[in-house]
Write a protein that binds this ligand. Sequence first.
Ligand code: AMP
Length: 539
Amino acid sequence: MVTTFAEMSLSEPLSRAIQELGYEEPTPIQQQAITLLLEGHDVVGQAQTGTGKTAAFGLPMLERIQPGGKDPQGLVLAPTRELAIQDAEAIHSLGRHKEVRIVPIYGGQPIERQLRALRRGTDIVVGTPGRVMDHIRRGTLALDSVRMVVLDEADEMLDMGFIEDIEFILEQVPQERQTALFSATIPPRIAALAQRYLRDPRHVSVTQEKLTVPQTRQVYVEVLGQNKFDALTRILDAEMPASAIIFTRTKRDAAELADQLAGLGYVAEPIHGDLSQAERDRVMRRFREGLVELLVATDVAARGLDIPDVSHVINYDMPVDPQLYVHRIGRTGRAGRKGEAITLVTPRERGMLKLIERLTSRKLKPGRLPTAADVAARRREALKETVRSVLEGPDLHAYLLIVEELATDYDVAEVAAAALKLAGELEVKRRPEGPRERAPAEKVPADGLSTEPGMVKLFLNLGRADGLRPNDVVGAIANEARIPGATIGAIDIYDEFAFVEVPKKDAQNVVSALQRTTLRGRRVSVEIAQARRTPMRST
Ligand code: AMP
């Protein structure tokens, strides 16, 4: 089994994309599946979302196709529109230097748009079985050139009643092809499907052996991907870790996250595979000396390090392998000391959470995001502790003289209170844009559809794929609804849709105004975002 991307002999455009995406080494499922697929074997992979399975089949598929033909050479079937979009985006970013054209096709999207895309020619189609079948029947999707088929989340497709559609589709694809089937579980019906449509498949799966975990307090907090950073800063403010390691999946994320944290005044430094040995040594020295409070690390970088016991391990990104989870949290609570492990879980990562729980035979405790009141209470506690240690330390004499002087005009307790207030305010100034300046935490519903107080989030059914940019949204709202651009809040644009925050009192007005107009030449449908409307799928 190969353990590095270098050993896989991937072509230059793909290696470059992996490097840019910041993947340091292949995940277990990638280590097992990629070589087999590159060698041309059919593969049955038992792996859930979160294990890196998309790249496990995406990279070999990208290697196999020669871009530029009329009809697709790669076909991926996925159970839901969300997964189809995600797979298409992931393969697209892996294939960024190969000029591969990928068309996602799924129900719910106007069929004309898909027809146009298919007519222009495509290299890979990623679709839901129902809609793919529609296109085959209409004669708008020819599968004669397909060389590789992937059935992604086959068990989900079975549960959703797609099995006959899949069989129909597989009958239309040339016999001379490669087939891969990925599934979290392999029920008999899926095993039979594999038996019938795959040729001498090799079986790969993520590690199944039981793992033992230290008795650290472990909690997880559910949060939407786009709210992760806010959640992290709130956790840091409430927990005030003396020293923490924050784990990310890629080296790019480690560097970016450390930058973002430093921008808010946290003393954070990244450690990852792209740093020289001297740079790593410097960061580690500063961390050991307590000059750096937060180490933002990838699994690979942390592996080789002699890291002292930390008070907190925070999994900003879920690991791509349950084994890594155990390594990560082993960094805290050593030798009977107190340690906390906090894991952020996005809806798509619930599968990985379950896998970790199964393999460690332990349930993680669900936690909630700290509220502004929690943060304030923790800060008061910390201030009290600091004052206590100063009271017990030396060198108070000069200050006592000041207190005595002031005590002629004020009560001594009042003088002390004023000094504490001042100390508290100075601490706030230390992080000028700090989290405590932002929205009170209570306003954030548990599912993370966070908005500033007095604002609501609107859902727009146009996105990056329609050419939508933040300026278009601001311009349309400001002009049509006649509200000042400065009052518009956060704008998040995804491939197929977008969110924008507007003042609650203007929401109805903005909805009707946007519906009267067009954005990038298209009519837009707008609605107030409901809690749980998430671009991700819960697995
Ligand atoms: P998937 O299971 O395919 O949905 O992947 C889960 C997440 O892991 C995605 O965010 C990927 O970008 C990321 N990922 C995939 N492969 C790797 C890797 N080798 N190293 C780090 N992250 C990865």
